[in-house]
Write a protein that binds this ligand. Structure first.
Ligand code: ADP
Ligand code: MG
Length: 363
């Protein structure tokens, strides 16, 4: 039986398909080389002991048997809800999670749209299932980690982040059909750059919920179960309310852009993939209205400096931009940095975005 080890789960960037997941649509994330490790050691008792190198402070100790949604938030630092939620959701799914000491470390910037939350959940999940001696299929692990985030942490996110962290292959993006759950590995040799705008604007959680509600209402007006089922994006013109019309148009056109991106990646046509990225950004800015000034400036400056295309990624109102670059990106980084400096904004950070392997044991 496994007594200890180190498990790694990556963050992700989403190449195409934003706010399409909860509309039963398509997304196309890839795993990053950056991620989170959970170094785990079995404990003889039924206690989960949590330490994060990113959160200095005493170890947090939680009794496994008492875990239930709503029990952790008031008593311990908020981040502990992620690993505790995973332990709870695994037990709910019938896996006998043993007591464990978990030491977390990460090179992902949290809250930057790179899914440090799913990386944390999935690293902990692999660690706990290994200590439990359970061999759980990756698709089931993704669903369990999502349940932890939705029900225990209380974030109403889709299945994309956990699927990307667990299922991605090196050198590939993952086409995920959020309606059927079907996944397809798509070769992706594009050179990409993440621009962390280091901006986070308020009301993110509320706005996320508002967009979900608007999408449901737009689907109702079009008499389709979800926006996935629109046959022709031109049909969205039938919605009288201008806001709902724009929301539906974004979801429909971004779904199409995912499938177009897959075809272009297979053909190795990166300039056209770049053009789609920039179109997606315009749609997120003008139709879905979840972009933020730093993202708009980063996209504009990157494209002007030679990027093949760029768009905001993640839920919106803050976080990162993904740019497709034709080669060495230093001129693009310089241009974006000067655009930010000229506005006296906090300067952006840049990371290589290399499609990498999904979660695994590393020691
Ligand atoms: P994102 O997933 O885009 O990075 P989220 O808001 O979904 O942003 O998740 C960020 C949260 O996840 C942090 O506020 C923290 O609670 C938790 N988290 C992520 N990484 C770590 C870590 N290394 N140590 C402790 N908590 C972490
Ligand atoms: Mg997250």
């Amino acid at each position: 039986m496994t007594e200890s080890g180190v498990w790694f789960a990556p963050g992700r960037a989403n190449l195409m398909g934003e706010h399409t997941d909860y509309n039963d649509g398509f997304v196309l994330p890839f795993a990053l080389a950056q991620g989170t490790t959970a170094a785990a050691t079995r404990r003889a008792d039924r206690v989960l002991e949590l330490i994060s190198r990113q959160r200095p402070g005493p170890a947090i100790e939680l009794a496994l048997t008492g875990l239930a949604p709503g029990t952790v938030a008031e008593t311990v630092p908020g981040w502990a809800a992620y690993p505790a939620g995973v332990a709870w959701a695994l037990r709910e799914a019938g896996y006998d999670v043993p007591g464990a000491r978990l030491v977390i470390d990460s090179d992902l910037p949290p809250g930057s749209g790179l899914s440090s939350s799913a990386a944390l959940e999935c690293a902990v999940e692999l660690a706990l299932t290994a200590l439990a001696g359970a061999d759980v299929p990756r698709g089931e692990l993704a669903a369990i980690a999502r349940r932890a985030e939705n029900e225990f942490v209380g974030v109403p996110s889709g299945i994309m982040d956990q699927s990307a962290s667990l299922l991605c292959h090196e050198g590939h993006a993952l086409l995920l059909d959020c309606q059927s759950g079907e996944t397809t590995q798509v070769p992706c040799g594009a050179r990409m750059l993440i621009i962390n705008t280091r901006a986070r604007h308020e009301l993110t959680a509320g706005d996320y919920g508002a967009r979900r509600a608007e999408c449901e209402e737009a689907a109702r007006l079009l008499s389709v179960p979800t926006l996935r089922y629109i046959n022709d994006c031109g049909d969205t013109a039938r919605i009288n309310d201008p806001t709902l019309r724009k929301r539906a148009r974004h979801v429909c056109t971004d779904d199409q852009r995912v499938l177009q991106t897959v075809a272009l990646l297979r053909a190795g046509d990166y300039p056209e993939v770049g053009a789609l990225l920039t179109q997606s950004h315009a749609s997120l800015r003008d139709d879905f209205e979840i972009s933020w000034p730093e993202a708009d400036v980063a996209v504009e400056a990157a494209v002007a400096a030679g990027a093949l295309g760029a768009r905001m990624i993640g839920g919106g109102f803050g976080g990162s931009v993904l740019a497709l670059v034709p080669g060495e990106p230093s001129a693009i980084c310089d241009a974006v940095t000067s655009a930010f400096a000229g506005r006296s904004w906090t300067l952006p950070e840049f990371y290589d975005a290399v499609p990498s392997a999904g979660a695994r044991q590393v020691a």
